[in-house]
Design a binder for this molecule. Structure first.
Ligand code: MLT
Length: 246
């Protein structure tokens, strides 16, 4: 049962020690963690998140045919990679039964901070309820927002707030101020839902949303805003360093 939950609005606002022994949720709604969930839902056997393009390319080479190289720099597909960072590129035809070797600017970097955690989950609106269900069993929850290039991003804060809100509804949970701020942000957006302003519209005006619109990936915003598309828990297994679904 969850007793304590904290939010870290940016990797720079936390240290690896903050995550030692905890269940951590890494969040990069636009788009790394959303895309990883889509890849697993499409039947990828695992996603291997790596920091650099060189490291990813080398790993894919050792895996040969079994590997699909995916990710972005500056939001765009990396030269020589099979796929970019749009969730809907990850289909059964492109990834089923294969290993996705994946590198992104902020999302995979945030994961590196969690090596001392007890358990690491990959969170997105696409697998929101499944993630919350898993977290309700954890004693101590830490939510790590990836942000964008050192800036806090609204979409990650909203997801963190939605999780905190869910945990608090179930029982009294001790939270930090960043969690309160995130939950307040989520509740105010929920009031907008009542006036029929969809989440996608809110995400469009965030830093991440504006960046995507600028580079022609506007469609990804609506995809990332769809809640509970999959009933899937995505877990980063630390020892083999691979994300698998269950
Ligand atoms: C990241 O990890 O930096 C992002 O997901 C960026 C993007 O999708 O463009």
């Amino acid at each position: 049962m969850c007793d304590t939950a904290r939010v870290h609005l940016l990797p720079g606002l936390a240290t690896p020690d903050d995550f030692a022994g905890a269940t951590v949720v890494v969040v990069d709604i636009l788009r790394a963690t959303t895309t990883i969930v889509y890849a697993l839902a499409a039947g990828a056997t695992r996603v291997v998140p790596l920091l650099s393009i060189e490291e990813a390319a080398a790993r894919a080479q050792t895996l040969g045919e079994a590997a699909v190289l995916g990710g972005e720099r500056g939001g765009r597909k990396i030269e020589g990679f099979h796929l970019g960072n749009s969730p809907d590129e990850y289909t059964p035809a492109s990834v089923s039964g294969r290993t996705v070797v994946f590198t992104t600017t902020n999302g995979t970097r945030a994961m590196e901070q969690c090596r001392q955690a007890r358990q690491v989950l990959i969170g997105s609106f696409a697998n929101f309820s499944a993630t919350c269900r898993e977290l309700s069993q954890a004693e101590r929850v830490e939510i790590l927002c990836a942000g964008t290039d050192g800036q806090i991003t609204r979409e990650d804060v909203l997801f963190a707030g939605a999780v905190i809100d869910d945990l608090m509804r179930a029982r009294a949970v001790l939270v930090n101020d960043q969690a309160e701020i995130a939950a307040d942000a989520w509740r105010s957006v929920q009031r907008d839902f009542a006036s029929l302003k969809p989440l996608a519209e809110t995400l469009r005006s965030s830093v991440g949303g504006r960046n995507l619109i600028e580079i022609g990936h506007e469609r990804d915003i609506a995809i990332a805003a769809e809640i509970d598309k999959f009933d899937l828990v995505a877990e980063l297994r630390l020892k083999p360093w691979e994300i698998v679904s269950r």
